[in-house]
Ligand binder design. Structure first.
Ligand code: GLU
Length: 285
């Protein structure tokens, strides 16, 4: 090979490599290592999430894929639908002017905080209860849905209350990483608690006779009872589960933006429409 051509070739390859690396840097995740900061400046606690969303032109929301009424993927169409999904779309519209400028990513109760923290998603909108413990890891918006924990049993089950599951030999099923798992251990210490990767797996296990009851938020249990009328939700709740939208800790700009968005969604009547669509009634004040 002509030596001159070879040198030119190497030069071109080097130029391309540098250009590619530069490209990588500018598309890095907010707060990531690739972001250039003036020397000595403390890393901004992802205060640039809003900017990052605008730059990329889409909002990446972590939602559930296995919860009827809140976030459920239809395997036939591939569509993910539910209350949380509609809230996420409305937020995409508020940020980018178009509810379709959104990418949904599946989270489970166990994976949602790690996925937020490592930058896979911009926010969690996934049936997540605001708790003091979780506030150490993430920041929450104002409450956007009020639920409470209850129990789902077979229609003909003899279980009719929390006391009925607080017995040796009774198996209660739920999902890993949920407040439901923690609460049931406190409220029914005699029961055996079995935790699954997500609620779809827990419900499948219940249907397969691997437990006596499934426990989580009443609104989610209603969604399951709707999917399979052989099951019923017990009356009443034994905890308060106020849902919040979670963002990375320290992202105060984004929290404020989301709280303004929620206020607008409520005052415009849009929130009530979404609530009515999925829950089938007007929100309780
Ligand atoms: N709201 C409860 C929680 O945040 C139960 C539902 C869920 O696991 O997402 O843990």
């Amino acid at each position: 090979m002509n030596v001159w051509k070879k040198v030119m070739g190497i030069g071109l390859a080097a130029t391309l490599t540098v250009a590619t690396m530069a490209g990588c840097g500018s598309s890095s995740k907010p707060g990531g290592e690739g972001e250039k900061k003036p020397a000595g400046e403390a890393p901004k606690a992802q205060s640039s999430t809003l900017d990052a969303i605008k730059q990329r032109g889409k909002f990446i929301a972590g939602v559930k894929y296995d919860l009827n009424l809140f976030g459920l993927k239809d395997p036939a169409t591939g569509k993910v639908e539910g209350f949380d999904v509609d809230i996420a779309k409305a937020l995409a519209k508020k940020i980018l002017g178009d509810e379709n400028k959104i990418e949904l990513k599946e989270v489970t109760s166990k994976t949602r905080i790690p996925m937020l923290q490592n930058g896979d998603i911009d926010a969690i909108i996934a049936t997540m209860t605001i708790t003091e413990e979780r506030k150490k890891e993430v920041d929450f918006s104002d409450v956007y849905f009020k639920a409470g924990q209850s129990l789902l049993v077979k229609k003909d089950s003899k279980i009719n209350s929390l006391q009925d599951v607080n017995k040796k030999g009774i198996k209660v099923l739920t999902a890993k990483g949920s407040t439901s798992a923690k609460n049931i251990r406190e409220k029914a210490p005699e029961a055996t608690v079995l935790e699954y990767e997500n609620y779809a797996e827990a419900f499948t296990a219940l249907k397969a006779g691997q437990g006596d009851a499934l426990t989580t938020d009443n609104a989610l249990l209603y969604g399951m009872a709707k999917q399979d009328p052989n099951y019923r939700v017990l009356e009443g709740t034994f905890t308060d589960e106020p849902y919040g939208i979670a963002v990375r800790k320290g992202d105060t700009e984004f929290v404020k933006f989301i709280n303004d968005f929620l206020k607008e969604l409520k005052s415009s009547g849009e929130y009530d429409k979404i609530y009515q669509k999925w829950i089938g009634e007007k929100p309780k004040q």
